[in-house]
Ligand binder design. Structure first.
Ligand code: BGC
Length: 769
């Protein structure tokens, strides 16, 4: 765990330059706008430890699979979001010496991520080997107002000299992924062009054929006045730049406003990319840095108005929740249903920028409550559009009759994961996708979604579960063999409680959704059944499974068993583990992990989170008290679920402990892996820990319910949710709960099980007890 980020409500601040922490900071200070994003690499050259990262959502490459022992059914490629042309480069040379923070003395270094206005600032003073000292201030952002634009203002002040600076402003297409199975270059040779209107680099991915055109132009100000200067053009295959020499005087500022555009063939006709880039760069240059930055601040102000959480009395918790919300919106804004949320977003190469069950299980609740309906609908449509591939995927594995198995990891709907125990067996992901449909419909009341898209997905998923279970003669029940639950520290187990419970729920819900659609939209219902060749007998087979599915349970302890045989394991607690053994995945052999009772992430408890209405508090407590002490939380997705359940059990101390663990996971580098990128999807879990956990928000019988508790040390916390047509602002304080209804229509809520009516445009205050 690290502790070098300064507490501040709106900023992430690092003071002092420590090259050993640079890769961690590159992740933490990442920028993005939902369409593109980048790590906080330096503008000027840097030869110290760094991970280059500049990515464009939806632009990927099918890297060839590398596995030890090939198994039938493995995909032969892994689609990866790839490093695209970097547009940040500005090299500085003073008297023949290149400014490189790895080779000079660095003082007063400060990095600030301004989350309120959405930009990154870096300041430092560098003393070069030749004794020359300069002060630098660099501001940069990826515009969320126009998500194809990025801008930099790079200012320098010579502190102890006057002389000539050699400056090169450039685009670099010589970029690679560190994670490449065969060291391939993912791009065809690029085409470059420079003119008075800017520099351009056009390139195309090999195999997938995505085209990208990056353009940049800049203006120079000396002593605050714009100057014109002779530029030398550099036009290589994958590198294009403009170089100039400029006389500078002591303490007189020189600044460069570099504005860039990055367009891809996903959004523009391939053949016209260069022309479109020219046009949008021209417009962006016309607006200029200040206007673009102002638009960025306005766009972020709107996002904050919709999604901010205010915590009074706990500076570090406040900073953390804003950091999580900021990074989520930097990763996904919901404008485009072809894009999704990779576990690391645009902040690193790990997890390939691809889509996991994380989106439905963790991110959806956040977007449902903080954005307009269309955003979460787009997340659902992404899967709907990939249904054919999910059916194809199931067919490859031997299923039929329209059964769908959504991939564990995907970019375009096809499977990209190749470890049999996960690819073939971690099938609970299908359940999360079905549950997301249920969650979306109950939250938004958009019932037309079921008739138009949802039911088709639910039928295909139900068909998969029907074929995946089998009748056990010995048990006289249906069983599900050879699965991996959410706890990946157990593989190929029989009857994982969570997966089987989820399967039964999916079969029931698919039937229920079919009934709803048949009543509400009989025409669409009939068409759908014909299209998917559905026979009514399928319902009967589903019902038979639901009424007789084996769900392992230990009556003597009153707990659901994670899987058959779990209690045969040597029962130890996490507190029995020596500190040097943790994290287990970095210290124990895989075999030892598999045989141990230690749980990577919420598994039975994930099920109790999803289906809590079915269980009373005693059942929840018994299971929580049993599984919690055995859970090592080596997945970032785990602490938030534990925090929510601890809140439900009114265990404030543990709820808060798990909250901090999820909220500051990256800021404090808890798992020693922030340098690979941020844990974007678990950041939504942080939001869930507050709104579903501390505030206890649930939708029950079409009504919003709250059961708030205030963590020790917090004076209050406030949040806003969008629910159906209403916008509600909540403030949970020590003595009272304040609810403001921002809409015209009144709403009926339940607060601590009591019915409350909140009239439109009114503020209602309730005593805490
Ligand atoms: C977790 C999975 C998760 C993946 C991506 C893994 O460590 O076990 O549940 O989907 O990370 O976040």
């Amino acid at each position: 765990m690290k502790n070098y980020i300064k507490a501040d409500p709106w900023n992430i601040i690092e003071e002092g330059f420590n090259p050993q922490l640079n890769k961690i900071s590159e992740s933490i200070f990442s920028l993005g706008n939902g369409r593109m994003g980048q790590r906080a690499n330096f503008e000027e050259q840097y030869s110290g430890p760094a991970l280059q990262g500049n990515y464009i959502g939806g632009v990927y490459y099918p890297d060839k699979t590398r596995v030890g022992w090939w198994k039938n059914g493995y995909p032969n490629k892994i689609d990866k979001v790839i490093n695209a042309t970097s547009w940040i480069g500005i090299d500085i040379e003073i008297d023949g010496e290149v400014l490189d923070l790895a080779h000079c003395e660095v003082e007063d270094f400060k990095r600030i991520l301004n989350m309120r206005e959405g930009y990154l600032e870096r300041r430092f003073t560098a003393r070069l080997k030749n004794g020359k000292c300069i002060r630098v201030q660099a501001l940069r952002f990826c515009s969320i107002a126009d998500d194809e634009i990025g801008a930099i203002r790079y200012c320098l002040w010579p502190l102890n000299f006057e002389g000539t600076l050699k400056i090169t402003v450039y685009l670099n297409g010589n970029v690679y992924n560190q994670d490449s199975n065969y060291g391939e270059k993912f791009w065809e040779p690029g085409v470059t062009e420079v003119s008075d209107e800017g520099m351009y680099l056009f390139n195309r991915t090999k195999k997938t054929g995505f085209e990208v055109c990056t353009g940049s132009n800049f203006l120079i100000r000396k002593n605050e006045k714009q100057i014109r200067i002779d530029l030398e053009d550099i036009c290589d295959q994958d590198y294009v730049g403009q170089r100039f020499f400029v006389e500078v005087k002591k303490n007189q500022p020189l600044s460069i406003d570099k504005i860039s555009v990055q367009l891809s063939s996903l959004n523009h006709p391939g053949g016209q990319l260069m022309q479109c880039a020219r046009q949008s760069l021209g417009q962006a240059m016309h607006k200029g840095f200040d206007q673009l930055k102002q638009a960025q601040a306005v766009a972020w102000a709107k996002k904050w108005e919709e999604s901010d959480i205010l915590i009074e009395g706990d500076a570090s918790a406040q900073q953390a929740i804003r950091f999580n919300i900021f990074q989520l919106y930097q990763t996904y804004t919901g404008k485009d249903d072809r894009l999704n949320i990779g576990p690391k977003g645009f902040t690193g190469e790990k997890y390939a920028g691809a889509t996991f069950w994380d989106t439905e299980a963790y991110c959806l609740p956040f977007y449902l409550a903080t954005a307009e309906k269309q955003v979460s609908r787009n997340l659902l449509l992404y899967r709907y559009k990939q249904l054919d591939k999910a059916i194809e995927n199931a067919t490859l594995l031997g299923f039929g009759d329209g059964a769908a198995l959504y991939p564990m990891v995907t970019m375009d709907g096809s499977e990209c994961h190749n470890e049999w125990e996960i690819t073939f067996e971690e099938i609970h992901r299908n359940g999360a996708i079905a549950f997301a449909i249920y969650n979306y419909v109950r939250y938004t009341d958009d019932r037309s979604y079921l008739a138009d898209y949802g039911l088709e997905v639910l039928i295909a998923i139900a068909r998969f579960w029907k074929q995946r279970v089998n009748w056990s003669g010995a048990k006289q029940q249906y069983v599900m063999l050879g699965v991996t639950g959410p706890n990946e520290y157990e593989n190929n187990v029989d009857n994982n409680w969570y997966t089987s419970k989820m399967a039964v729920w999916c079969l029931r819900y698919a039937r229920e959704a079919a009934k709803q659609v048949s009543r509400a939209s009989p025409g669409k219902y009939k068409d759908l059944l014909q299209r998917v060749h559905f026979k009514e007998e399928e319902f009967e087979a589903w019902a038979a499974i639901c009424s007789n599915m084996y769900l392992p349970y230990e009556p003597s302890m009153g707990i659901f068993l994670q899987q058959d045989g779990y209690l045969d394991k040597q029962q130890r607690l996490v507190t029995d583990l020596p500190a040097q053994d943790r994290p287990l995945n970095q210290n124990w052999s895989w075999d030892r992990i598999l045989r141990s009772c230690f749980i990577k992430q919420a598994d039975v408890l994930q099920g109790l989170y999803y289906f809590e209405e079915e269980f009373d508090l005693e059942t929840l407590k018994r299971n929580f008290d049993f599984y919690e002490p055995r859970t090592v939380h080596e997945s970032s997705l785990s602490p938030c679920i534990h925090s929510i359940l601890a809140s439900r059990l009114k265990d404030k101390t543990r709820a808060y402990e798990f909250y901090l663990r999820t909220a500051r996971l990256d800021l404090d580098d808890y798992n020693n892996d922030t340098e690979d990128g941020l844990h974007i999807t678990s950041m939504a879990g942080t939001w869930m820990s507050i709104v579903e956990g501390f505030a206890g928000m649930r939708v029950i019988n079409d009504k919003l319910n709250f059961d708030p508790l205030l963590p020790e040390g917090w004076t209050s916390f406030s949040f806003r949710v969008q629910y159906r047509e209403c916008i509600l602002l909540f403030k949970i304080a020590t003595a009272e709960i304040t609810i403001e209804n921002k809409g015209h229509k009144g709403i009926d809520l339940k607060i601590r099980e009591k019915d409350r009516h909140i009239p439109g445009n009114k503020v209602v205050q309730l005593d805490q007890d």
